[in-house]
Structure formats: structure tokens, C-alpha cells
Ligand binder design. Structure first.
Ligand code: UTP
Length: 295
């Protein structure tokens, strides 16, 4: 039912400077693969077949990563490095249909999503932010697609946004939703507020980087004003709700990480490292034997 996913990766990644001068934050490594590979895997494991990458200058390496490198393949084959060849081929063969779209000026997430209009055409589609990781089984997007399909039996032209509860002091970092709970893990949204102050936030349900949109969102993305140099996706969502299009917040099951800042990136590496039983032992030994963390 959801065949296409848009991955906006055109942002400047200023919070991760200076490395992002030369390496896109989406290519920074989490243990043994770049951040974006986790996101791509989630989309593919959720049944999406076409991935639309929104890139900008300097971000072409993200596409190269998933593209076939014939020279490398021949080199590894000639040297008999078949294990490595298999690893490389797996990544290169993963995306069946890859579309690359340029966002020439980084004018915000709303603008980035609008760039996908032609590639998406007129069908519902997913959006996954390239620096947000969700460890979940089934994958977060898959949970959302299932909910989307269930809702389709009753309504049409609906959209779903993944949310999670955050500490109230953190609400000003997120888009916050308000609405009416219609099921244990589903809220029908009536209001979306971008980065409210804690005292102004109606809830602590924060929007994370996973969405399923009805294609009508594109019409609203064309209507919103630029605020402080950026077109906010949340502004378009609010307009869509005001016009009667149903938008739901989905409380997903899983653990989410924001790799786009120093603290979040560090936590992500620790989490995925500790998930690997061998690396967990390495870390425990290292901390104990080297006295890394003092009481
Ligand atoms: P962020 O705000 O987290 O990313 O946008 P950023 O702008 O790259 O980072 P900072 O704030 O400067 O550190 C969320 C996602 O939207 C994409 C980003 O690449 C990221 O995946 N994005 C953002 C775009 O594709 N285009 C934009 O104009 C802005």
C-alpha cells in the first residue's frame, strides 16, 4: 500500500560541525554501518520499494554508498576477498528503485519534502528522516503502515505521524501535537505546535522523523510561509488538519535515537554497540579494567 518513501538528507547538519563540512551526518558510522543504512533498512523491511533521496551539494556520497561500484567489486573478486565482496554487494543491491532529487537551497524540511512531489506522484508515501533511528520489531514504519491500512477501511486521505513522549523540559526541541485519543496508541490530531515553550505545550507528545502522508500534503506545502528562512513541515500539517484532512499521531513501540547532535550520536553508538553481545563484553571489560568511569 505504501510503495514510496522520501528520505530528506539535504540539511547542513550544523550541529555536527566541523565534520559535516566534508562528511554528511547521515554517513557517520554507527558501529559498522552509516546512520542512513539503518533508515534505508527500516524502509525496505517495511515493504517500501522506491526510495526518493532529497539531497543537496556535498551529499552525493550518500547515493554513491548505495550505488554499484564495479571497480571495487572486481578488485575484491580478484583478491579473493569474497566475504567483503558479499558485504558490499548486499548494500549495493538493497535499493531496487532509487530516485535522487536536489534541494538546491536548504530551506527547511517542508521545502525538502515538497521537492519529492514529482517523484511521488499522487499516492500516499512515507517520509523517514535520515538522522533519526528507531530500533523496533516490527520496524516503526511497518507498524505505521499496518495502522494506516487498518484506518483505510474506515476513512480516506488520512496521514499518520509517529510520536513519542518526551520530558516536558525538552518539548521546545520538537513539534508537539494535541488531539483526541481514539485508541491506545492513536491520537487524532487537532493541533501541531512547532517547538513550544514547556509552559505553552499542550502535551509532551513529540513528532519524530517518521510520517505517512496523503499526497494532498504537497498542496499545503505550497501554501505555507517561510519562517526564519525555513518552510516548516508542521505548518503544512496544521493547514491540512484545518481543512478537515484526518491526521493521526501514532505512539510507536520501539526506541528512538536522534543522531544529529553530539549527545544523541554518542547514545546511539553505545546502544547499538551494547546490542552486539561481543562488543558489550568489550565495553564492560574496558570500563572495569581501565577504570574509565570513576565514581
Ligand atoms: P534537521 O534540522 O535535523 O537537520 O532536519 P539539519 O538542518 O541538517 O541539522 P542542523 O539543525 O543544521 O544541525 C531534519 C532532517 O531534514 C533534512 C535533514 O537532512 C535531516 O535529515 N533537511 C533539513 C533537509 O533535507 N532539507 C532542509 O532544508 C532541512
Amino acid at each position: 500500500m505504501i510503495r514510496k518513501a522520501v528520505l530528506p538528507v539535504a540539511g547542513l547538519g550544523t550541529r555536527m560541525l566541523p565534520i559535516t563540512k566534508v562528511v554528511p551526518k547521515e554517513l557517520l558510522n554507527i558501529i559498522d554501518r552509516p546512520t542512513i543504512e539503518y533508515v534505508v533498512n527500516e524502509a525496505i523491511e517495511s515493504g517500501v520499494s522506491t526510495l526518493v533521496f532529497i539531497i543537496s551539494q556535498g551529499k552525493g556520497k550518500i547515493i554513491d554508498y548505495f550505488d554499484i561500484d564495479m571497480n571495487l567489486r572486481s578488485f575484491l573478486k580478484e583478491r579473493g576477498k569474497l566475504d567483503l565482496l558479499k558485504k558490499v554487494e548486499e548494500v549495493e543491491d538493497r535499493i531496487k528503485h532509487l530516485i535522487e532529487v536536489r534541494q538546491k537551497i536548504p530551506e527547511g524540511l517542508g521545502h525538502a519534502v515538497l521537492m519529492a512531489e514529482r517523484a511521488v506522484e499522487k499516492e500516499p508515501f512515507a517520509v523517514l528522516l535520515g538522522d533519526d533511528l528507531v530500533d523496533a520489531d516490527p520496524p516503526c514504519l511497518k507498524q505505521m503502515i499496518e495502522t494506516y491500512v487498518e484506518l483505510s477501511a474506515k476513512i480516506s486521505n488520512h496521514s499518520i505521524i509517529a510520536v513519542e513522549e518526551v520530558p516536558i523540559e525538552d518539548v521546545s526541541k520538537y513539534g508537539i501535537i494535541d488531539g483526541e485519543r481514539v485508541a491506545e496508541n492513536l491520537i487524532k490530531i487537532n493541533k501541531v505546535i512547532e517547538k513550544p515553550l514547556p509552559e505553552e505545550a499542550p502535551t509532551n507528545f513529540a513528532i519524530i522523523g517518521r510520517y505517512i502522508f496523503d499526497p494532498t500534503i504537497f498542496e499545503y506545502l505550497k501554501k505555507i510561509p517561510k519562517v526564519k528562512g525555513e518552510y516548516q513541515l508542521t505548518d503544512a500539517i496544521q493547514l491540512m488538519i484545518d481543512d478537515g484532512y484526518p491526521v493521526y499521531a501514532y505512539l510507536f513501540e520501539g526506541k528512538r535515537f536522534d543522531t544529529g547532535n553530539k549527545e544523541g550520536f554518542f547514545k546511539t553508538i553505545l546502544y547499538y554497540g551494547i546490542k552486539d553481545p561481543q562488543l558489550k563484553i568489550v565495553l564492560e571489560k574496558f570500563i572495569k579494567e581501565e577504570g574509565i568511569i570513576e565514581d
